[in-house]
Design a protein around this ligand. Sequence first.
Ligand code: GLN
Length: 406
Amino acid sequence: MPSTSRKTQNFTESVIRRMTRIANEHGAINLSQGFPDFDPPRELTAALANLAPAGPHQYAITWGAENFRLALARKQSRLMGIPVDGDRHITVTCGATEAMMAAMVSVINPGDQVIVFSPFYENYGADAILSGAEPLYVPLLPPDFGFDRAVLRAAFERRPKALILCNPSNPSGKVFTREELLYIASLAEEFDAWVITDEVYEHIVYKPAAHVYFAALPGMAERTISCSSLSKTYSITGWRLGYTIANEEVTGIIRKVHDFLTVGAAAPLQEAAVTALNFPGSYYQGLLDSYTKKRDLFLRCLDEAGLSYIKPQGAYYVLVDVGEFDGSDDTRFCEWLVREVKVAAVPGSSFFKTGEDGGRISRLIRFHFAKKEETLRLAGERLGNLKKIWAARGYGTENGDISIER
Ligand code: GLN
């Protein structure tokens, strides 16, 4: 067969999606890939059902249906406290995944450097490969996942084209403080870099933390490409509705990249989602209350199981320290956990690129808690047996230590 592209040779299978596959094979509770097992708001599914006969069923305008962009502009202007214009600043994409890719392709030249905080959501690695960027990893340091200002400054001194900012952060649950963001802003200005944000968890920020939109910091709207989506906010990860908000000039470029990548996001789903974008403020309070309960419930389960973790300030993930079991191979440990305890997590090494070993192994594994309370309670019961099962047989199981194909 003719050879395939060099770019793809550096791709690994998504560890998150792989863990989902293994969880399904073993009938485990899937706390690896972060998506809800509960329904979206009823008004939203009703809106979708109502429009099925009449449509729209053909392409929307490539950069997003007009009423979707207007509703989104109203919501985001209010939230972000800056003027967001649906005609000039918004591009509707197939999920935040496409938003990030389109943003990077729009500003990166092959060989440009891009700062990525580690641990980071695995897609940024692939985005860098596809856009030809060389990632410069800057560690976020547990337990609060702050960064060393001198290290960040040194990274900027290498003149990167952009910095990727996931806030609230996946997988750490870190919510960047205003002071941290102002420091990043001062460097972005001094070294004239873009800041590409991933703010898909903007509505899931636990008190007393508070979300600060990077684009709303003084002078930052011009150099920020804000990416987000409706997936987590309205529990519709399968609808694949995301967007970028950026200045008019770069929006023109993002729209062209987006047009050639996908033409557009699904027209009927954009139409139905206008209902959600017009939800009152009480909806977002309800969402946060519900996730706060889920977080507290799951953290109690971890306490009862005797597992230590880093308390998340935002998003719906928690990093749990499993160094006392197998501190040398977190992937093997996660495979064991799926098989023997029937709960799936993501090995921390898939998120870290920094650390003493270059992030090849991690004591931390990631669970998500975007699940019904009954699912979380059942996962808690199973995790309550983890120490007992490990003490009884460790990796030497009655099934043998089946190694799962990697
Ligand atoms: N963002 C979710 C996670 O980190 C889902 C990832 C995905 O499969 N796109 O688990």
